[in-house]
Design a protein around this ligand. Sequence first.
Ligand code: SF4
Length: 451
Amino acid sequence: MDAERVMRQLEAAGWRCVHDAEEPKGEVCVINTCGFIGDAKEESINMILQMAERKKKGKLKKLIVMGCLSERYRAELEAELPEVDAYYGKFDFMNMVSALSSSKTFCPELRLRVPNTLRTVLSEDKRLLEGCSIYERHLTTPKHYAYLKISEGCNRMCSYCAIPLITGRHTSRPKEEILEEVRWLVSQGVKELNVIAQDLSSYGLDLYKGERLKVKGEGKHLLPELVDEMAQIEGVEWIRLHYAYPTDFPEALLDVMAKHKNVCKYLDIALQHCTDHMLGLMRRHITREEQDKLIRKIREKVPGICIRTTLLVGHPGETEEDFEELKAWVKEMRFERMGCFAYSDEEGTYANKHYKDDVPQEVKDARVAELMAIQQEISGELMGKFVGKTERVIIDRIEGDYAIGRTQFDSPEVDCEVLITVSGERLPVIGDFYDVKITKAEEFDLYGEII
Ligand code: SF4
């Protein structure tokens, strides 16, 4: 989403931008990097090397790197990869826009934060935009859905996480600005808004200080209010919420989710672990009992909700007993969607400074595989319950003999899909909703027919 804003600003400055070109032919290649965990860092560096090679062969004039990786390791990158013409971090991208700009029509107020890894290839274009608002962007997602970032940064300081080191303190965008952006997105044909934040639960805590924070625990969370107002904007068909934090979860949100049909019965809430021993070491500020109580409450107040969670195994100090308890808990909680990651030791984090990375890599990998096998079985059972039901499905794309879509219980790119058999005569329209009768289920996909 932030990269989309950069592209829009560059277009306003007279550049033609192509997103994620396989073999860039433009004059300038901008690589927007990620540097949160080892895999992402490696992917970003490989991409830089690949593009540096193209530059060497004369296929690119300029190579620019921006984003989290260069925010975190700029000096090291400058020393190791001099083929790159300029480095920018996560917060100074406007300097890049200025440096590249052939006009002064970009927005001075633009605030761009977390980028995704992508390449943006730029070439000169005679067409200049009139200038643009701070919420406008060059959408790179299919026209019918978009990501909507409502805050940046995180104050939680979980032991293993480098995000707060890169993004800084939690900062909410003003509600009015977000609502304005929603209206603009709807005017562009967006029907599904995927709301994101590093810590969704804290939205609003930093706004209206003094008024809202006088009474601890009362009226301080603005997320329920924001979602309620978003849901009333005409044209908003689906709102989907990502990355809630369990401690201080704003429970009034559950009433808003139950009240509005266009707020998907879906919540992405990373729980990471379940034992009090590990939750303590991870500095999650929650106990197993509190966490379980919250999950029960979410399911009770929003019946049929799909909960997606993420777990972390192999964190320093995780014993066999912790892992056995985690497996039993996953079987008991039966999350509709679940992902699992192995701990990676990140410089500067609390865990890196205070703990020994004492779980061998092969044990971490085996634990991930074991948990995912358990989840695969659970998912198969839960998905089987959809057979015979009719679900509202949005069509994302057509592939061979199938129209591929999603129900309200699935987020784009990460969750399950519905494969709908189509005949050549009347293909469903991408971005439209259809009632689909589910005829078959697999662990991570459904099959169905439009009725
Ligand atoms: S809440 Fe999420 S982003 Fe914040 S420190 Fe914990 S894991 Fe990282």
